[in-house]
Design a protein around this ligand. Structure first.
Ligand code: PLP
Length: 378
């Protein structure tokens, strides 16, 4: 049995005929960037997200960058986020000219440590970016009144959490802006790069719409120096079609996660991810922890059995060469560093069933026993 790690190709099969027909019509009209397909997706995604509007952009990194720029964040400002995120969150802060301030995470959920985030606030802090990591939402609601009183904007990095809801509130709907990536592997994935910002402040959205399109909402207006970061129409078509299936697919991912919990529960070397057991987790990734030193050998063993795995992420941002200039050192964020050496992402996608989960669990057990016996032999 071969088990893919992620399976955007299976999702594509679900929309293939409808999308090909729609692309044919679009191409015949000659509208490839922006236009009706993008507007329709933006309206549908804003409705889904419970916000007044949405602005499609080129990718998730730009979604965060443009939201920060639209909020006026730049040199001299500080923006706090987690060190255990995909590098893009921090890149987006860096490119505004603001200083990224990193904090550690919770060892059970891997989500940003809220107390540390509050402790790192200075008079220069202009925004905080909770990352809904692996598809699980940070309890943003608890941050809002705290942040409001200090004039700090909360920007939700929702790149991994499309479809998640905390107490009925969709990811991205609570902060000043919610930023999404539609990279193909994401829970709501395009057939190439794409992203969006959702917000309820129409002035903020208008600013983002200018920034994404050379500084003007309409052609040749150029009110401010902008960028080129727009959503392609053929991506918007695919996203509209997949958005209609998103809740069903999130439910499937939650079922697969429940099966993992069942099948992996008895393996002593495996630490399962903590979760609230509700819709606030959409399992973009299913991340377990295994004993230090076992992981790479276990991954090789699993690969021989046709099971693809990944590590998200092997190094927290504060240890990446790109952000050495921030001045952090090994030991600064012990929880994130501890986790980075032990985390292992198992396959999870709409093509997985109970048989596949049982197969992964059986081979993981063998793999860990093998890796441990190797460690004992040394
Ligand atoms: C947490 C997080 N933030 C931001 C991004 C950036 O999105 P993109 O790759 O679409 O630029 C990603 C996607 O990989 C992500 O996982």
């Amino acid at each position: 049995m071969g088990i893919l790690f992620a399976a955007p190709q299976l999702e594509f099969e679900e929309i293939r005929e409808q999308w090909l027909a729609a692309v044919g019509e679009l191409a015949a009209r000659g509208v490839f960037v922006g236009g009706q397909a993008v507007q329709e997706f933006e309206s549908a995604f804003a409705r889904y997200s419970g916000t007044a509007g949405a602005a499609g952009v080129g990718n998730g990194t730009d979604a965060i960058f443009l939201a920060l720029k639209a909020l006026g964040i730049g040199p001299g400002d500080e923006v706090i986020t987690a060190t255990n995120t995909f590098v893009a969150t921090v890149e987006a802060i860096h490119h505004t000219g603001a200083t990224p301030v990193l904090v550690d995470c919770d060892p059970d959920s891997y989500l940003i440590d809220s107390q540390q985030m509050k402790d790192r606030v200075t008079p220069r802090t202009k925004a905080v970016i909770p990352v809904h990591l692996y598809g699980q939402m940070v309890d943003v609601e608890q941050w809002l009144s705290w942040a409001d009183g200090k004039g700090i904007a909360v920007i939700e990095d929702s790149a991994q959490a499309a479809g998640a809801r905390l107490n009925g509130k969709p990811a991205g709907s609570m902060g000043a802006a919610g930023c999404f990536s539609f990279y193909p592997d994401k829970n709501l994935g395009a057939l190439g790069d794409g992203g969006a910002v959702v917000a309820s402040d129409m002035a903020l959205l208008s600013e983002i719409r200018k920034l994404r399109n050379h500084g003007g909402e309409t052609r040749y207006t150029h009110e401010i120096p902008g960028y080129n970061s727009r959503l392609d129409a053929i991506q918007a078509l695919a996203l509209s079609m997949k958005l209609r299936r998103l809740d069903e697919w999130s439910e499937h991912r939650r079922r697969v996660a429940g099966l993992y919990e069942h099948y992996l529960g008895g393996i002593p070397e495996v630490v399962l991810p903590a979760h609230r057991g509700d819709e606030s987790h959409v399992y973009h990734l299913y991340v377990i922890r295994v004993p230090i030193g076992s992981r790479d050998e276990a991954r090789r063993w699993l690969q021989k059995k046709g099971i693809l795995t990944a590590v998200q992420y092997p190094l927290p941002v504060h240890l990446l060469p790109a952000f050495r200039h921030l001045g952090y050192r090994r030991g600064d964020f012990p929880v994130a560093e501890f986790c980075a050496e032990r985390i292992l992402s198992l396959p999870i996608h709409i093509g997985m069933n109970e048989e596949a989960v049982a197969y992964v669990a059986m081979h993981l057990k063998e793999a860990l026993e093998f890796a441990q016996s190797g460690a004992n032999r040394k």
